[in-house]
Design a protein around this ligand. Sequence first.
Ligand code: 9MR
Length: 747
Amino acid sequence: MKRRRTTLLTLSALLAAGLTALPAAPAGAEEVEQLKNGTFDSTTDPWWTTGNVTAGLSDGQLCADVPGGTANPWDAAVGQNDIALVKGESYRFSFTANGSPEGHTVRAIVGLSAAPYDTYFEVTPELSVSGNSYSYTFTSPVDTPQGQVAFQAGGAADAWRFCMDDASLLGGVPPEVYEPDTGPRVRVNQVAYLPAGPKNATLVTDAGGKLPWQLKNAAGTVVAQGWTVPRGTDASSAQNVHSIDFGAYRKQGKDFTLVADGEVSRPFDIGTAAYERLRLDAVKYYYTQRSGIAIRDDLRPGYARPAGHVDVAPNRGDGAVPCQPGVCDYALDVTGGWYDAGDHGKYVVNGGISVWELLSTYERELLARTGESERLGDGTLAIPESGNKVPDILDEVRWELEFLLKMQVPEGGPLAGMAHHKIHDEQWTGLPLLPSDDPQKRELHPPSTAATLNLAATAAQAARLYKPYDRQFAAKALAAARKAWSAALAHPDRYASESDGIGGGTYADNNVTDEFYWAAAELYLSTGEREFADRVLNSPVHTADIFGALGYDWARTAAAARLDLATVPSKLPGRDKVRQSVVKGADRYLATLKAQPYGMPYAPDGNLYDWGSNHQILHNAVVIATAYDITGASKYRDGAVQSMDYLFGRNALNISYVTGYGEVNSQNQHARWYAHQLDPSQPHPPSGTLAGGPNSSIQDPYAQSKLQGCVGQFCYIDDIQSWSTNEHTINWNSALTRMASFVADQG
Ligand code: 9MR
């Protein structure tokens, strides 16, 4: 359409005259159009369409009749190929579009026109009948001559008409400077502080000297006041900050605000209700992650979906999954379990740490002074098994345990008793994609020592916890654990390959001394047998200093053993020392927390936030919480409780990282079936879903295009494309579950 072109020219004329405030292009760089015929003045060439779409000119735009009844956005599309993209170069992608009837979405992408069809940039705006202009800037993560711009319009039930014009992909534009909207400079726990707990906040300010603060109730009445404490430049955010301590105020209430330096914080409560809710929500998350079972709308309104990977087309199903070529000559029924994250993969090592953490949440409730195991008892989680007289949390975890047991190599072969490392799609799939719509071939990957020891550890732990409810299952689990243990001893160094990451994550780990220690510890705690005690005592990990800055995770599992040896009753020689080592670790994390103006027990070396930093903060808090369970000293309880403030909004981005909690919260986690951001008919992740959080390595292109050069806490964006900063995962929600339950107990 010609008129709009004139507008563009006028804008560039303005730019040339230096009359606008837009950032100037770097000296020497020229903006170059990459698309051919984006204006559709006389033809639609060289744009292509999928065979089911008819496109033509209409009023100087391209209009396409899109059929109804296709499954995926890419099933009906218009596009242009052979676009050269240059790595590190920024592009402005713009177009106008309209759709009728109202309310349809189009997925506009810049990606690769050949397999594996990577997407470098995508948006899915909802179109109006009257039309709108769209403009975005992104940076290409690759060099390729095979780039593609496509408008994917499939996936709608009924036919509709899509029109577009002025499609442009301009290279050489200045990279966009992304400024997160961080709201008021007073940073609080946007959810709730415990009435008798610590209450801290952080103020971002240029002021050097102390400033007055006021705590106001919902009516706006000042109920407490004091002075801020200047803390200088905070390394984790590069901001000048003060801290505020209003812990002397202990009255319950809703919608308090904290006022300082002319800024009013987001509202928060003082009370325990949110933690009781989170204790359940954090575990309820697992039901909608289940594979192999239909999710019921009556149990999770808005989240119902067909069973995933149960041998119903287009799924190829997990009922008889073969190995990758050359790996084994059998197929296994590996239905069930939880999907790992936003993908459809199922990984034994990550399943292992998640199972451990949920079971240990329950075990702590049984053992700790402040434990209340009935809070996770039968009927608490609204799952299909509720009402069967077994604590719901055990029912939920059993869904994964049964899957882990199925991953064990059957009798007969040389690797019998080991566990396959993982099962997932042969190729990565796009977003969104319901589990039941995944057409990919599924494969078992080679057995690994790490997976085998994860199975040994968790099946052994299960043996003691399920015994009161199902002796047979407990015995079966223990037998599998023993078998796995022997198999790991026989094959102590079979490591998953770092390069086996197509279609699923690698979860590679080539140090399994910690997994040996963990499996020995769980086997000992469940059997009391001498052999396992000796293995624990002779492990170099037993006396090692394991509570480092990053915290434990799926690859560093020594803490799982140490925490359980310290808290689950046993006759282990030197158990007091084990308990002391946990307290010493907690002292270190407490010191870190105190040194941090944002109050979190996390200060990674070089300020390099790790993938999933939010769960590592929680894990360090778990160590502090366990020190409270061991000693009863209130400083540990307060430290553990205070760690929640960071996750709930007392952070540089002023965001709560838990969906549904806090005025501004993460809700666009990378997900294939809670993909609301891409498909408004899908839900957001369920309430109580933890986002991975700041990750200094920003591995995904979307984060790279927005967050280049980010400092620590700023390496996060709540966008579904940012899989390296904003995914959700079973092993992160288990950390949230563990801490939510602890904090709820402190009410
Ligand atoms: O959480 C995992 C992180 O520690 C690893 O560094 C990263 C790369 O292997 O993978 C992360 O796990 C992802 C997994 O590989 C695939 N499913 C989603 C997981 C969360 O992002």
